[in-house]
Each structure stands twice: as structure tokens, then as C-alpha cells.
Design a protein around this ligand. Sequence first.
Ligand code: SAH
Length: 382
Amino acid sequence: MSVALTLTEPRPRKAAPRHLADLDLAGCQSVLSEIGQPAFRAKQLRQQYFGRHVGDAALMTDLPAASRDAIGEALLPQLLQPIKVDSCDDGKTVKAVWRLYDGALVESVIMAYPDRVTACVSSQAGCGMACPFCATGQGGLDRNLTTAEIVDQVVAAARIAAERGLGRLSNIVFMGMGEPLANWARLKNALHLITGPVPDGIGLSARNITVSTVGLVPTIKKLSEEGLPVTLAVSLHAPDDELRDELVPINTRWKVAEVLEAAWEYARVTKRRVSIEYAMIRDVNDQPWRADLLGKLLAGKLVHVNLIPLNPTPGSRWDASPKPVEAEFVRRLRAAGVSTTVRDTRGQEIDGACGQLAASVREAGTPGRAGAKPGGAAGAAD
Ligand code: SAH
């Protein structure tokens, strides 16, 4: 074994532990038969996990006590080790940092509103899209999450929401770490499990799920063909290619016009209003002429714009736009007939605790300062 080889080979990855959320019913049944358990336990387990959000076989009182350990080991390993679970906003926002089996870290955020409970979940550990204003983008991609790691964040969020008296989990936004459409196969399976009826899924409404993307055009098309009426959110951040090439580097591959074309096609096929996300960055993308250009591109479409006050990341040279500049941007978009709201900044004062993700989770339709109507921000609630 040469030293040179050791240095140049990528660190071998441990295989992900087997989990029922990575298997279908037949797969669960065959694992159970391997460990000498009756096949009917598969339905029981799935009912407990997807329907009652119990992730630990030791707590499943409908299983014989003597079999719980073996069943848990075979099908319900703990995928998410809580590293930190913080709350802010009077307990109405909870941020969890999880360690995965190989040491990778991901975050989820749970936010309680009067009319819904939203979880913001991660689709990848890290992100390869390299948007310069985004904290996750600076660290690069670590790896794709497995389907079970995505689904388990949703199950954990439902459990946390219930335990903390926040209400029943109703909405999911894929605005945590990662580019969901860059992990398409796993995301697609996770979406089916999140929306499938109990005991084959968690049973949330596809209409309450938002998938946010930098704009991977061919995969937006695949999503539109999936028959899942989820809300598509496109992180545009600039109406012109020159600036978007810099802010969202994948724009060098798929230009503004192509991304918007894919978004309109998505709206046509799914009849869902598309969300356009636009981080307001002082003196970078907040000029009146850019508002007018954006308004021209979006006028007459089935679309809603979410302006996100930039959440400055450590070491970044960029800052949020001043409020009057933001207000003028909103005014111009609305004058063009484009439905527009500014994302709520609840929780901003405790950024240290709620951080980047908390800023990105506002999407799910909180009434914004700029006269948003409830449920009007991301279309996640409409
Ligand atoms: N990769 C996906 C989803 C992750 S981020 C995407 O890009 O859409 C969810 C949203 O938060 C995106 O619109 C992203 O551009 C935005 N975002 C990232 N960093 C931000 C920051 N520092 N301030 C405000 N919004 C940010």
C-alpha cells in the first residue's frame, strides 16, 4: 500500500445504513424475513414511522419487546444525530443541526405560523452551486443526502413540532442546504414519500411543498413531468445574464431566458404559480432599472416574486439593500402588475442562533412588511 496512493485516493465513504425510508414495502418485508420477523410488521413499522413520526423501534409498543432491538437495527438506524437544537422567536422557530452517519452536518428549521407549520429541509450536505452570497455555497458540495436522510428530516420536524406544541407539520420548503434538483433521484423519491398516503408516505399535500432551485433547466422539466403539483421556486436574483452569471454561476450554463421559459412551462403543466426568489443586495442587483427589467420579464405570468433582504454571510462584502431602495423595487414590480412581497425577517435578531437557513425559510408565505397577504409569499399555502 503506497503512501502516494493513500494521499491521492478520496477518503473512502462508509455506506449509508439501511433504513426503511430507502426501501419500498416489499423491500422492508424481505429485510424482516431475513431477520426472522413476520412480513406484516413492515406495515406496522411504516405506519409508526410515516404516520406517527416514531423513528425509534424501542418506542414502538405494538412490536414485541424482545424484537424491537433487532428490528430497529435492521430498518430504523438513527440517521440524524442532533448536534444542536436551538429555538428563537418565542419558541416558534426551531433550528436543528444534525450529524449524519459519515460525520457530514446538515440543518433543518421548523417555523410555526398561525396558519401552518413549515419545515425547511436540506437536500445535500454542502452545495456545489457556488453562489457567492450564500454561506453553504462557499463550502462546496460534500455529498448528496439519501432519500431516507431527506425524509427523516421531515419526520423529525413533525415530531419536534408536535412535542413542542407548535402544531401539525403542514409545509415543507427545500431551502436548506444544497441544490435539490442536483440530487434529483433522491429528491424525487423523497417527494413521493412525503406526499404519499400513510402508511406508504407521510401524507402531506404536494401543494404545501416548495422546491427551490438555482434553475437546472432539464431537471425542472423532469419535475414538471412527475405529476406532483409542488411549488417551484426559482432563485433568480438578477434579471440580466451579466449579473446573474456572477450571482448564480450556473447561469453560465442556463441563461435567464431559458430558466424562465422552463418556469413558465412548469406553471403551464402543473397550473402552479411559480415563485421567483430575489435576494436584495445593496448596490448590486437593487437598481430601479433592474426592477423594471424584472417586471417586464415576469408581467402577465403565473408568478409571484419573493424579495429576500440579503442575510450577510461572514466575510462577505455584500449587505442588504436599504429599506427605501427595497420599497421602490417592490413599487416598480407591482406597477408592472407582478405580485410581489418581501420576505418576513422574523428571527433576524438572533441570526447567530438561527443563521442562514432561518433567513431562507421565510419563503413559506409569512405576511411580509410590504403588505403581503397571509400565505402569499411562496404560494406554499395557496
Ligand atoms: N439551492 C436552492 C435552495 C437553497 S437556498 C436555491 O438556490 O434555490 C434557498 C434560498 O435562499 C435561495 O433563493 C438562495 O439564493 C437564498 N439565499 C442563500 N443565501 C442567502 C443569503 N445570504 N441571503 C438571502 N438569501 C439567501
